[in-house]
Every structure is written in C-alpha cells, then in structure tokens.
Write a protein that binds this ligand. Structure first.
Ligand code: PGA
Length: 256
C-alpha cells in the first residue's frame, strides 16, 4: 500500500522568522506523523529557517516550490537543484499551475526541471490539471495525460517510482470550490493508467497521486476515504497550524 502524503505548499507566504514559528507550532500539534508522510514547502528564503526549526526526529520533510534545470550559471533570480539539496530539501514541487500560468513554465521546461531534480536526488511532486474551460469542453483527460506524458518524457522506471503526481484542477485552486472525491478519483484512475501504459503496471502502482485544490479540514476526510487518492497538496489551509494539523490527523485516522 502506498504511504499517504500530505504536502503544505506555503506559496509566497512567511518570512524566515514566521517559518520558524509555524514549524515549531506544527511540531507541537503533530508530534507523530505515523503512517502519513508530511512535507512542508516554504518559499526559498524560509527553507533554511524551516530546516533549522524541524525537530530532531524530523517528522516533516522539506520541499522547494520550483527550481532551475541548470546546476549553476548566469540565471539571475533562479535557484538550482544542488542549492536546494544543500538546504536539506528532499522534494520539489514542479509544474504548479501558478507557475504554468504566470511564469511561463510549459511542459518542455517542466520536463527539464523534472530531470534536473532526479539527477540530484530530489523527488519531484509533479502537478497537472485542467482549466475550467478544458473541463467544460470535456478535455480533462486529454489535457492531464498530455501534461503527464510530456513532463515525464525520458524518465526511467526506477526514476518514476520516486515521483509523486498531484492532480490539481486549476478551477479548484484557491477558489473554495474543491473537486468532488469522485471527480478527482476518475482523473487519478486515468493518470495511473497512463503511468502503467508508459512504465509498466508495477512501477505505475508505486507512484503516489495526490489531490490538490481547496483542500480543508472539512473536506479532507472524504478525499482520504478514496482508494484512488494517496494524499493531498494543501495551499491556503496549510498556513494555519491548527488547520494543517487537523488535515494531517484526519489523513492518519480515515481508513480507506
Ligand atoms: P489551495 O492551493 O489549497 O489554496 O487551493 C492548492 C495549491 O495551489 O497547491
């Protein structure tokens, strides 16, 4: 059985001092993560502070929210995989819809980023998702499978096993209108079938597929009850320690 994963995407929130306070508070509220793996994704500038604030038992792992595909060079304003490894990151979120829509991250660039992450032992959390107009035109499956195939071009079976996919419908992110577990589950099935076709059923079975988009303490239980959903990528609700701790504890308690 795939281990459940809850990821908190802090986006552009929290200074270093605020990150320290948030990690300390979360460590108090979530002393044990048990069967659930928890990953925190602060902004670049707060990664060091968050790493320092993690308790020795390290119940949480760290993720970055993006990277550049080159290791170093004349890329003003960018951050590379070796730099993130050096700060203690184990994961990196790639292809988030905010990056796709506001910062020009297309499937080709995201694929280079996925390869760079894997080259340096960072585990990608690859986001895919359709817009509202895609969904209305019944293009959801075509869009998400296209994103998946293009972003994962050239990935080996062994590399695939280290990957996490996050299905995040664009219309659900930050809107308060989450997908239903049935809507998410249907897309998760399509994504897993695409993985199985490309890399074999066994490797495909090992990849965790998360749901993201307006996940809250109120709705997370219904997502966790689904066999097809291996965890959640949480934005807004992860900034409040009590909400995020409740989401984690529900992910621990709700059986599937
Ligand atoms: P949200 O964001 O939970 O605030 O909708 C999710 C995300 O963007 O990863």
């Amino acid at each position: 059985m795939r281990r459940r994963l809850i990821v908190g995407n802090w986006k552009m929130h929290k200074t270093a001092a605020e990150a320290t306070a948030l990690v300390h508070r979360l460590s108090e509220l979530v002393p044990q993560t048990g069967e659930v793996e928890v990953v925190l994704a602060p902004p670049f500038t707060a990664l060091h502070a968050a790493a320092q604030a993690l308790p020795l038992s390290r119940p949480f792992a760290l993720a970055a929210q993006n990277l550049h595909w080159e290791d170093e060079g004349p890329f003003t304003g960018e951050v590379s995989a070796p730099m993130l490894k050096d700060l203690g990151c184990q994961y990196v979120i790639l292809g988030h819809s905010e990056r796709r829509h506001s910062f020009g991250d297309d499937d080709k660039k995201i694929s280079k980023k996925v390869h760079a992450a894997l080259r340096h032992g960072l585990r990608p959390i690859l986001c895919v998702g359709e817009s509202l107009s895609d969904r209305k035109k019944r293009r959801t499956k075509t869009v998400v499978t296209g994103q998946l195939r293009k972003c994962l071009e050239g990935i080996s079976k062994d590399e695939l096993r280290t990957l996490t996919i996050a299905y995040e419908p664009v219309w659900a992110i930050g809107t308060g209108h989450a997908a239903t577990p049935a809507q998410a589950g249907a897309v998760h099935d399509t994504l897993r079938a695409t993985l199985a076709r490309g890399w074999g059923a066994e490797a495909g079975e090992q990849v965790r597929i998360l749901y993201g988009g307006s996940v809250t303490p109120e709705n997370v239980g219904a997502f966790m009850a689904s066999d097809q959903i291996d965890g959640a990528l949480v934005g807004g609700a992860c900034l409040d320690p009590q909400s995020f701790a409740t989401i984690i504890s529900l992910a621990q308690r709700v059986a599937r």
